[in-house]
Design a protein around this ligand. Structure first.
Ligand code: F6P
Length: 368
C-alpha cells in the first residue's frame, strides 16, 4: 500500500519524530510512505515542490530536529487555494484535484499531521474521494478536540519556562513587572502550565477574563511583602472582563483564524499606570514553535507515528491517533470537528495555581 504524508499548517516540535516513527513502522509492515512537500503544494504544484520518498534513509537522525523536513505552509487549504487572478489572490477550490492526484499516483491513504484546521481539511477531503485519512494530533496549543495531548505542547511549555526563569533574574534586578505573552490561541494551556512551572505570580488565560485592578492588587501586595518584582504570563487570547482578545490581523479567505497578539503590551502599559511600577512586556511568539522537541515530545511523537503505521496496516478505517487517559487509541476522525478544547475551570492545575497564590485576575482571590 502507498501512503502519502503531509505536515501542513503551523509547525510544532516533534513533526520529524512522527515522520521517522511512521516511516519505520510503515516500512516494517510493507507500506510505502511518501511525503508531500509544503502541505498540499507538492501535489497541486509538483513542478515547484513535489513528493519525497520516505524510507529509512530519508528519516535517519531527524527525531531530535525541530521544524519539518517536508516543509509547511499556513496558506495551503486546497479548498481555498490562492490563485493570482486579475492581479489579486483569489481562493479556488482544488479539493477534488487533491483526491484525483493522490489516486493517479496510487495512494490509498493520506496521513495528516495537523491541528484543527489541517485535520478539518483532511476530513473534508474524504468527501472528495480520498479513500482514507489518518490524523496525528499536532499543535503547541494542545487544543485539538478528541485527544488529551498533542505533540509539540511540552516543548512549547519548556521553552516558555526557560524564558520565565531568565525574566525572573532581570525583573528582580530592576524591581519590575515583566509580562510574557505566550501563544495558545483561545486556550490557556501553554500559559497555565508554563506559568505554574515557571513560578509566575499572575497568569491570564482566555478561559478566565481578567480585571487588571485585581492583578494590580496582587502586585502591590507582593510589594508590601518585600517582593518588589512580579512575573505575569498572558496567553495571547486572554482578554479583560467584558472586552475582547487583541487582534493583529483579521481572518481572510486563506486564513481561518484571526492573528492574535498584543495583550502583553496592553497589560504592561495598564499595570504601570495602576501600580506605579515599571513594567515591560515581550512576546515569546514563534520561539515556542521552534527548536528541538523535548524528550517527552520525542516519545509522544514517535508513539503517535508508530501507532499511525499500525492502524494503517491493521485496519481499513479513517481515524485520529489520539491520546486518551495516557493510552494511544484510534478515535473516529469526526472528533476533530468538535470545538477546540479549552482549559477546564475544574482543572486541578487551576486549583493548584490558586493554592500557590497565583492570581488569575478574576473574582476568586488567590491564597494569601
Ligand atoms: O496554532 C498554533 C499557533 O502557534 C497559535 O498559537 C498562534 O496563534 C498561531 O499558530 C500563529 O500562526 P502563524 O504562524 O500564522 O503566525
Amino acid at each position: 500500500m502507498k501512503i502519502a504524508v503531509n505536515t501542513g499548517g503551523g509547525d510544532a516540535p516533534g513533526l520529524n519524530a512522527v515522520l521517522r516513527a511512521l516511516t519505520l513502522g510503515a516500512e516494517s509492515r510493507g507500506l510505502e510512505a511518501w511525503g508531500i512537500r509544503h502541505g498540499y503544494r507538492g501535489l497541486l504544484e509538483p513542478e515547484e515542490e513535489g513528493l519525497v520518498r520516505l524510507d529509512r534513509a530519508a528519516v535517519r537522525g531527524i527525531a531530535h530536529l525541530g521544524g519539518t523536513i517536508l516543509g509547511s505552509t499556513n496558506r495551503g487549504d486546497p479548498f481555498a487555494w490562492p490563485v493570482l487572478r486579475g492581479g489579486a489572490l483569489t481562493p479556488v477550490d482544488r479539493g477534488t484535484e487533491v483526491a484525483e492526484r493522490l489516486a493517479a499516483q496510487g495512494f490509498e491513504a493520506l496521513v495528516v499531521l495537523g491541528g484543527d484546521g489541517s485535520l478539518r481539511i483532511a476530513q473534508k477531503l474524504l468527501g472528495r474521494g480520498v479513500p482514507r485519512v489518518i490524523g496525528v494530533p499536532k499543535t503547541i496549543d494542545n487544543d485539538l478536540p478528541g485527544t488529551d495531548r498533542c505533540f509539540g505542547f511540552s516543548t512549547a511549555v519548556s521553552t516558555a519556562v526557560e524564558a520565565l526563569d531568565r525574566l525572573h533574574t532581570t525583573a528582580q534586578a530592576h524591581d519590575r513587572v515583566m509580562v510574557a505573552e505566550v501563544m495558545g490561541r483561545d486556550a490557556g494551556f501553554i500559559a497555565l502550565h508554563a506559568g505554574v512551572a515557571g513560578g509566575a505570580d499572575v497568569i491570564l488565560i482566555p478561559e478566565l477574563p481578567f480585571d487588571l485592578e485585581r492583578v494590580a492588587e496582587k502586585i502591590l501586595a507582593r510589594e508590601r511583602a518585600g517582593r518588589r518584582f512580579s512575573i505575569v504570563v498572558a496567553a495571547e487570547g486572554a482578554s479583560a472582563r467584558g472586552g475582547s482578545s487583541s487582534v493583529l490581523a483579521p481572518a481572510d479567505a486563506f486564513r481561518e483564524h484571526v492573528r492574535l497578539g498584543g495583550v502583553g503590551a496592553l497589560v504592561a502599559q495598564q499595570l504601570e499606570r495602576l501600580t506605579g511600577k515599571e513594567a515591560r512586556s515581550l512576546v515569546l511568539g514563534h520561539l515556542l514553535r521552534g527548536g528541538s522537541p523535548v524528550a517527552e515530545d520525542r516519545v509522544l511523537a514517535q508513539r503517535l507515528g508508530a501507532a499511525a503505521a499500525r492502524f494503517l496496516a491493521g485496519t481499513t478505517a479513517s481515524g485520529l491517533v489520539a491520546v486518551r487517559g495516557g493510552e494511544v487509541v484510534f478515535a473516529p476522525l469526526e472528533c476533530v470537528l468538535a470545538p477546540p478544547r479549552r482549559v477546564s475551570l475544574e482543572d486541578d492545575l487551576i486549583t493548584t495555581a490558586r493554592d500557590l497564590g497565583i492570581c488569575f485576575g478574576d473574582e476568586e482571590r488567590p491564597a494569601p
